[in-house]
Ligand binder design. Structure first.
Ligand code: RFL
Length: 406
């Protein structure tokens, strides 16, 4: 546990019931839930407001998450502007295989770029609900998490001075590379899984090539298309882990996408300039438990699920609802049950989604392993989705996040 003493040049400590570290989707949602109940909190963020509002990442949001946002007054813009997706399409064996999950289950997905959601949440938290936030802070440290008066300190970007904030609880929402996860290293159990593959994550300045998510399961590697907005489309290409984006010039990217997403009767891809190009080494981790004394982790700070199943943002928001509600119950009503059960309850869904990600990974990538046995079983897994209604329904409820209560 980090126990750095506050530096001598700090001012008199500020005091907030909750300090939230990180202004991503998880942190801002926790902040909004707290502010709606009248609980004061301070959100600390290393990036600028512009940076967090413009960082493109996820885009596929589950219906139960959207309803959770709506119940907390956080879905106004999303419900007005987001697209509803009712089907996806697998491409394999040279053919198109549409999968209409709406027809099957009545359910749908929402497509709303993460940066739009973060922009909505920042505005709601800071401008509407009057929540305190400091952007651009440096060298954030957490102190005294095992006692009942933890604190968080940071270097103020304007004064260069270390400021100290004393609190009752720290919400660790600072993502995969944050300080709160690091603060419990050595104490937490960390389970990690490496897929041994990379994904070249691309954003193209171009309308979607198809009006639905495409999954290309090809012997040369997986390729995906995820519509984001009428102007911008996300694509993925499986590549070796650690590959360099420079190895993927414009022509090579589009040639591979054409090959791996190609299918009889498919419309040609709508090409455009590539405005983001980065390699993600696909891995997952889970930190157990998710609470340590007065520190509660949420979102990617607690667990990472590779973007294979588009679940990371969804899990982060599920965590944030549960953590925000639990903190409100404890701080306003002295009800400890929610916080006491937070970690165990959240980990059930986290593990369920990790397992789904592994299952889906084999379906996407098995055909490109060079191992004829894995290629055969991956193809069987794909075909079963289109031959067994029970298998199709099981996939749909996990894909849509409607599988079960956790
Ligand atoms: P975030 O979004 O990383 O936010 C953490 C915030 O903390 C700040 N920070 C700190 N602040 C204070 N002190 C420190 N020491 C700090 N260190 C960091 C950071 O600047 C940042 O603002 O975590 P959060 O809130 O847990 O949200 C998690 C999601 O962002 C993530 O799981 C998803 O983006 C994953 N993901 C997807 N998830 C989905 O559910 N559906 C998708 O379609 C989907 N697509 C994706 C994705 C992730 C991707 N990448 C880049 C990994 C597509 C991609 C390409």
């Amino acid at each position: 546990m980090t126990e750095t003493p506050a530096s001598p040049n700090s001012l008199a400590p500020q005091r907030f019931p909750v300090v939230v570290v990180g202004a991503g989707p998880a942190g801002l949602t926790v902040g909004c839930v707290l502010r709606a109940a009248g609980v004061d909190c301070l959100v600390l963020e290393t990036g600028t407001r512009k940076f967090v509002e413009q960082r493109p990442r996820a885009g596929v949001i589950e219906e139960p998450v959207v309803r959770g946002l709506e119940r907390r007054g956080l879905a106004g813009n999303l419900l007005e502007r987001a697209r509803r997706d009712t089907a996806c399409e697998f491409r394999f064996d040279g053919g198109r295989h549409p999968f209409d999950y709406h027809e099957l289950t009545g359910g749908h997905h929402w497509v709303y770029p993460q940066q739009f959601l973060v922009t909505d949440l920042v505005r709601e938290y800071a401008d509407v609900r009057g929540g305190a936030v400091r952007f651009g802070v440096r060298d954030v440290r957490v102190h005294g998490l095992d006692g009942d008066r933890p604190s968080v300190s940071y270097v103020c970007p304007e004064s260069g001075r270390r400021e100290v904030v004393v609190c009752d609880f720290v919400a660790g929402c600072d993502g995969a590379r944050g300080v709160t996860r690091a603060a419990v290293a050595g104490r937490a159990g960390v389970a990690r899984h490496d897929y041994g593959i990379g994904w070249l994550a691309l954003l193209a300045q171009a309308p979607p090539s198809a009006d639905r998510v495409l999954f290309g399961c090809h012997p040369d590697g997986f390729a995906g298309q995820m519509p984001r907005s009428p102007e911008v489309t996300r694509y993925y290409l499986q590549c070796p882990p650690g590959d360099a984006p420079e190895n993927w010039p414009h022509e090579r990217v589009w040639a591979e996408l054409r090959r791996r997403l190609g299918a009889a009767g498919a419309e040609p891809l709508t090409e455009g300039p590539l405005i983001e190009k980065r390699v993600l080494d696909m891995h997952d981790y889970v930190t157990e438990p998710m609470t340590f004394g007065r520190l509660c982790l949420a979102g990617d700070a607690a667990h990472l699920v590779a973007p294979i199943a588009a679940k990371g943002l969804n899990l982060a928001l599920h965590d944030a609802f549960a953590l925000g509600d639990a903190l409100v119950a404890l701080l306003l009503r002295g009800d400890e049950a929610g916080l006491a059960g937070y970690s165990q309850a959240r980990l059930r869904q986290v593990w369920d989604y990790q397992e789904f990600s592994q299952w889906l990974s084999e379906l996407y990538h098995g055909g490109a392993t060079g191992d004829p046995f894995r290629a055969g079983t991956a193809l069987a897994r794909l075909r079963r989705l289109f031959s067994s209604p029970a298998a199709a329904a099981a996939f749909a409820e996990r894909y849509l996040g409607t599988a079960a209560r956790y």
